[in-house]
Write a protein that binds this ligand. Structure first.
Ligand code: GLP
Length: 241
């Protein structure tokens, strides 16, 4: 793991955006694995700024999103599809046909997960996978005690994740209890992983992820075994290391 410490969230976002931008400059038809949550918002804004300055061209980029809530359609403001379109895609020149999502409205989970697996396999591999982390160590929606060998699958969200993510919903009752997610296997198959973490509330889990045992209880601990992980984290997140 290569670890970059930044003074704050803004510097984390700038540094991570520069890494992603260099990936796109060096390989304009990169396949990017993208993540949601509050952590990457600043990074996405930086990418928009670079596009507006004429420094980045997304026209050949392909994107695959990590995960999606089951039961939310793409126009639902809490869906990850809506997030990606509004926080990034509609502000840049990515071709909407090149932006791929899990469909939270597909009730047949086996059909949806196989479709997504075929899609990822069709790309060969993901060039750069962006990841944030949940407070319980989940990546994508791979909750604690998920098998590391899993591909795309349906997940029952833990009570902790439902509670933490309820801050984005009007009411805790509105948080879906299920999600589709790429599996750890899909993430480990990516050529490079860009892992962004910020804030005090992630300090405890980040210490476990980087220095603790590799265990399904802390899903992100598997990243210790990936050969090309870049961690960009702020001082607060790294404060317990
Ligand atoms: C969600 C997403 C994860 C994300 C996590 C952390 O649960 N499925 O991909 O990493 O939230 O979100 P935040 O960055 O808001 O802390």
């Amino acid at each position: 793991m290569q670890i970059y410490e930044t003074t704050d969230y803004n510097e984390m976002s700038r540094k991570a955006a520069n890494i992603m931008a260099s990936q796109i400059v060096l390989k304009p038809d990169s396949v990017l694995g993208l993540a949601t949550g509050s952590t990457p918002e600043g990074l996405y804004q930086q990418l928009i700024d670079k596009y507006e300055n004429g420094d980045l061209d997304f026209s050949k980029v392909q994107t695959v999103n990590l995960d999606e809530y089951v039961g939310l359609d793409m126009d639902n403001h809490q869906s990850y599809h809506y997030y990606m379109v509004n926080k990034l895609f509609r502000h840049i020149n990515v071709d909407p046909k090149n932006c791929h999502f899990l469909n939270g409205m597909e009730k047949d989970s086996q059909k949806e997960c196989s479709r997504f697996e075929r899609l990822i396999q069709g790309f060969g591999s993901i060039d750069l996978q962006l990841l944030g982390v949940g407070e319980n160590g989940h990546i994508g929606f791979n909750e604690p005690n998920t098998h590391f060998s899993k591909g795309t699958h349906l997940v029952a969200l833990t009570q902790n994740t439902i509670e933490v993510n309820s801050r984005f919903f009007k009411d805790k009752e509105e948080v879906p209890h299920y999600a589709y997610t790429m599996g750890i296997k899909n993430l480990m198959d990516a050529k490079r992983i860009l892992f962004v973490v910020n804030g005090k509330r992630k300090a405890k889990i980040l210490r476990k992820i980087i220095t603790g045992p590799i265990t399904p209880e802390v899903p992100a601990s598997i990243l210790q075994l990936h050969k090309n992980v870049t961690v960009v984290a702020d001082k607060e997140a790294l404060s317990l290391l």
